[in-house]
Design a protein around this ligand. Structure first.
Ligand code: SF4
Length: 500
């Protein structure tokens, strides 16, 4: 019997949301009828399909990929635009109501990297061909296309699967739904990734799972240890991008600082991550993988608090963030109460309201750093529409709905936001909002002009603030000797790679 499959080719950088709805709508009805070669093209919105030979070549590649695939996912997308891949992988299956394991996005860079060494075809060549054929659709393709050998898909990594994903996977395998729950508990509760060790699953099911699936977490590229006990772990992701996770020890209290994006679109002027620019959102597996790795390394008590304060703006990767918190707080998952989870944001106002209504019992920290819009815009580069008035209203709403104080983070920059007037303006701004203020001195970053104020200046600022604000804490800077400011290590790795 021939493999049932749908192939979609996504071209270009255009409204991914519209594309997803449209793709998902197209996927749902005929999926049972499709048979090879049922090649289907999804062309850019508002553009007529064009008889492009290069495009046809991609259909062929996709078909071969399906035929060569051991796992036979029935849906494959080939995209030219790499940053949409994590988005596709999570949103299309959800919209189309299919299990993630049946869905695979290929991108040119991936195919390219698998072919390199065996073949002369490079991604660059593919793009050159595309460019030429764009202007002259009838121009024949380079003959070397014929020698393209397609990558054979390996086992599907289930890391980052939600409970619902695993339950639906079991249903697809003809098993009872509750077995998905058992699988979930083994992975996130017991950190057991070897199917053969999952003793409450039948031998037959374990073999079935082992043949098609795998759980692989993140592997560290390096670990830096500070004299004060802070540890920074640098992870290399599958697409050769880097992220950081920081483990902060304060006596018995251990806190893990987790990243949610590669780079950051907010681009705060003082931040090493901001200087890297934005690359992409982390997948759910990559977010949860940071927490699992540290637990595997240091045991169940590796951390008691989780702060989403690493690389990236967590509220701009909202869906994966929420799913990660559900895995963290599940009694069969990481089993840590959501009350120990803090989400730090620069102030994505609509998402603060969504979070307040989500029912998640998490804490909210807002990076304020200035008490006037003018100064704040200089320090952050937050879109103008989220001004301080709107942000304070959202913060007050969150505190009211969650019945919990909001934390305002205020980094002190010497000569910029550390004057008496700044302290008084800050006290005025937060008036009436149940909150506490964390003051931090700036951690210097290479090529950034800001300076750290002296301990005396920090003290003076906090003394001015304290009687006027409900609670003020001066936080110690941690890991100064290991570039612990967010994004410093990953930024350095990125530069080194570029030089190579
Ligand atoms: S401080 Fe946070 S929000 Fe600002 S650029 Fe860095 S990671 Fe992004």
């Amino acid at each position: 019997m021939r493999n049932k499959a749908i192939l979609l080719v996504h071209e270009g950088v255009h409204q991914p949301r519209e594309l997803v709805s449209s793709v998902a709508a197209g996927l749902a009805p005929p999926k049972a009828e499709c048979d090879l070669p049922p090649v289907r093209s999804h062309l850019p919105i508002n553009r007529e399909p064009r008889p492009d030979r290069t495009f046809n070549k991609f259909f062929e590649i996709g078909n071969e990929a399906i035929l060569n695939s051991k796992v036979r996912p029935p849906i494959i997308v080939i995209t030219f635009f790499i940053p949409v891949i994590p988005f596709f992988n999570s949103v299309i299956p959800a919209k189309a109501g299919i299990h993630r394991s049946k869905f695979m996005t290929y991108n040119l860079a991936f195919i390219d990297s698998r072919l390199r060494g065996n073949d002369n075809i490079t991604c660059q060549k593919i793009f050159e061909n595309r460019k030429r054929s764009h202007f002259n659709p009838l121009k024949p393709l380079d003959k070397s296309w014929r020698s393209v050998k397609l990558p054979v898909m390996s086992k599907i990594n289930l890391m980052g699967s939600t409970l619902a994903d695993l339950e639906s996977l079991m249903a697809d395998l003809g098993e009872k739904k509750y077995k998905g729950r058992q699988l979930f508990k083994w992975i996130y509760g017991s950190l057991q990734y070897d199917f053969n060790q999952m003793t409450d699953l039948t031998k037959e099911l374990r073999e079935k799972l082992d043949a098609k699936y795998i759980f692989t977490g993140l592997q560290p590229e390096g670990i830096a240890k500070s004299q004060d006990g802070t540890e920074k772990i640098l992870f290399r992701l599958n697409d050769n991008k880097f992220i950081e996770t920081v483990l902060i020890s304060d006596g018995d209290k251990r806190t893990i600082c987790v990243s949610t994006q590669v780079g950051c679109p907010i681009k705060c002027s003082f931040c090493a991550t901001g200087l890297m620019g934005f690359k992409r959102n982390l997948t759910l597996g990559e977010i949860i993988g940071q927490l699992l790795y540290v637990r595997e390394r240091y045991g169940e008590n590796a951390y008691r608090n989780i702060v989403f304060m690493g690389m990236g703006e967590p509220l701009l990767n909202y869906e994966n963030l929420v799913q990660a918190i559900k895995i963290i707080s599940s009694s069969i998952g990481l089993s840590l109460t959501a009350r120990k989870v803090t989400i730090s944001t620069v102030g994505i106002v609509p998402k603060i309201y969504t979070l307040a209504d989500s029912g998640l019992k998490v804490n909210l920290a807002i990076s304020l750093h200035a008490a006037t819009d003018k100064k704040r815009r200089r320090i952050l580069s937050i879109p103008f529409k989220y001004d301080l008035k709107a942000l304070m209203e959202a913060a007050a709403c969150f505190a009211r709905k969650r019945k919990k104080r909001v934390t305002f983070e205020y980094i002190l920059f010497k000569g910029l936001n550390d004057s008496r007037e700044d302290a008084l303006a800050l006290a005025e701004l937060i008036k009436g909002i149940p909150c506490k203020i964390n003051i931090l001195a700036y951690n210097p970053v290479e090529n950034v002009p800001y300076k750290r104020p002296s301990d005396e200046e920090i003290n003076d600022f906090s003394k001015l603030l304290y009687p006027r604000a409900p609670a003020v804490t001066v936080r110690k800077s941690r890991g100064l000797d290991i570039d612990a400011a967010c994004g410093q290590l990953a930024g350095k790795m990125q530069k080194i790679r570029r030089r190579r």
